[in-house]
Design a binder for this molecule. Structure first.
Ligand SMILES: Cc1ncc(COP(=O)(O)O)c(C=O)c1O
Length: 392
């Protein structure tokens, strides 16, 4: 039994860690130092805000240090590293400020919004009525004019920008003040683009008028899997007063130590990393488009984020292709979204994006045998085993 689990983990590590082109935009790779903290002694320990547990003196300092660093990196008045995931960060934000019957305006899942916010997810759970932002599908963005009119008419209590499919900055600057004047609280679910925001290469929701920015710490942000909430003082203090014991008890201090080190990496290397992630996404999108793939938003430069979206107009067709690519060890999701975070962190640049586009084309369009492509994928990966944008 022991050898079974160890062998499964080892096989997974060898496959996904060494032999695959990992192109899922929700994923990333931690530096060895950040990763090692997940296995530290902290993973055995408890603390609680009411000082119930003894033995927490270093953990308390780590928490303090992490919060200060997060405030600095994001230019936020408050930071909380305790949410256990992006979804839990969404839950905390919504549950702290929305009452049953309130209206929430966010991006519809049909337009790439996060389904977890909607009726089958948090809105349904909390009895909140979710309504969609008017959206321009061809630009993959909120329709500012219509949204302004809708906000004035419906007066939603909460607005959440951000999405699971996100190619361009959302119009926070254009809409936050109208929303706030009409009584709304404005948040940004930055789960996908947090690393680009931290690297000052996307948008700056807190400066543009949102009262909170929250989400996952492991997609474009290259920390451990988990969540974070950054907010202004007024709302951050309300969140801090409620987060324990309502939403998080043990906050997993090994994760928080790892996240703190990742924040330090982002502070030092985040700008350079984010610039390359976006350059890589643009290069990949352009080459794929040149090969005839239906790359979304060709007319407006394809992407300004870590994502490239191939729009086959049909989920089943997407799945078919994702499965074929998997046979070549090229890992994407079924939308198909292609993400450049992880390959960038491995040190790949535009030249490698051209190679990846070629491997995708040969697998999907030319019908070459995926087993043969797999060998070329493994060779390319073997040249990029290190993790960049971190302390040596
Ligand atoms: C926009 C958005 N918010 C929240 C989440 C949930 O994040 P997590 O998986 O960290 O709970 C996702 C998941 O992909 C997402 O895309």
């Amino acid at each position: 039994m022991i050898s079974d689990i160890l062998s499964l983990v080892e096989k997974h590590e060898q496959w996904r860690g060494n032999e695959c082109l990992n192109l899922i935009p929700s994923e990333n790779v931690m530096s060895p130092a950040v990763r090692s903290l997940l296995a530290s002694e902290l993973g055995h320990r408890y603390t609680a805000r009411d000082r119930f547990y003894m033995g927490t003196r270093f953990i308390d300092e780590i928490e303090q240090y992490g919060e200060e660093l997060a405030k600095d990196v994001f230019g936020a008045e408050t930071a909380d590293l305790r949410p256990l995931s992006g979804h839990i960060a969404d839950l905390i934000f919504l549950a702290c400020f929305a009452k049953p019957g309130d209206m929430l305006m966010c991006i519809s899942p049909e337009d790439g919004g996060y389904p977890g916010l909607w009726d089958d997810g948090l809105a349904g759970f909390l009895g909140v009525k979710a309504v969609p932002f008017p959206f321009l599908k061809e630009n993959m963005n909120v329709d500012v004019e219509k949204a302004e009119e809708t906000i004035k008419r419906l007066k939603p209590k909460i607005l959440i920008f951000g999405a699971s499919l996100i190619l361009f900055p959302h119009p926070v600057e254009e809409l936050a003040s109208v929303a706030r004047e009409n009584g709304a609280l404005v948040g940004f679910d930055g789960s996908h683009v947090l690393g680009l925001i931290a690297g000052k290469n996307f948008q700056d929701p807190l400066k543009e008028g949102t009262q909170a920015l929250f989400g996952s710490t492991h997609k474009s942000f290259f920390g451990p899997q988990g969540g974070i909430i950054l907010a202004d003082k007024e709302h951050g203090e309300i969140i801090k007063a409620k987060i324990y014991p309502r939403f998080v008890d043990n906050a997993h201090w090994n994760r928080i130590a790892a996240l703190t080190l990742a924040l330090a990496e982002v502070k030092n290397f985040g700008r350079e990393y984010a610039e390359q992630v976006i350059r890589n996404a643009k290069a990949l999108a352009k080459t794929l488009h040149g090969y005839g793939f239906p790359v979304k938003c060709a007319n407006i430069g394809f992407t300004q984020s870590h994502q490239v979206i191939l729009d086959f107009g049909n989920y089943e067709r997407g799945r078919e292709m994702a499965e074929r690519l998997q046979r070549a060890n090229i890992i994407v999701d079924c939308v198909i979204r292609i993400g450049t975070c992880e390959v960038t962190r491995r040190g790949m640049k535009e030249e490698e994006m051209a190679k990846i586009a070629d491997l995708i084309k040969r697998t999907v369009l030319d019908g070459e045998n995926p087993e043969a492509i797999k060998k070329e994928v493994a060779k390319l990966c073997s040249e990029f085993q290190k993790v960049e944008y971190c302390f040596k």
